[in-house]
Write a protein of this length. Sequence first.
Length: 173
Amino acid sequence: TLYPGAGILQTLYSGWFFDVNNFLLGSQSCRGVVRSSNGGVTFDTVQVLATGSGSVFGFHFINSQTGYFCGASTYKVQKTTNAGLNWSQIPNLGALSFYSVYASDTNNIIVTSTSGNTYYTTNAGVNWTTSNVGTTSTLYDSKWTSATTGYVCGSSGCFRYTTNGGANWQGTS
């Protein structure tokens, strides 16, 4: 729900599951992330935005405490160091929507966006590099098997992969 107990159903876009009882959900038009600590019997919202709302499209945690979520331009990319109880925005990203996030560690983060672009940082967000995967498609998801090998997919049948951390991409548009 948009507000716990309000009975307002929202579209859920993503989830991160620590275990069978503890998980976070990314939803549409919410001020934060939806959380459950009892296997989904009850839910609450961890507020991230003081005002307004946005959609949360993707999560990635590098350990049980440190993780990231990305979303609509109101959220951009957020970081937690306490398993999702508090969040802070990663700096220096433009006013875009981001659909998936991956971090191999706290310095190396990559996110997908529109116009076939990924954005990556090697210094925790101080500087970001734009990498076009060779298409103009919106990139909705990414999966990584290591810090250097990853796959993205998106609109119009887009599928691309990289073996050098996102600097170059191959695949179909």
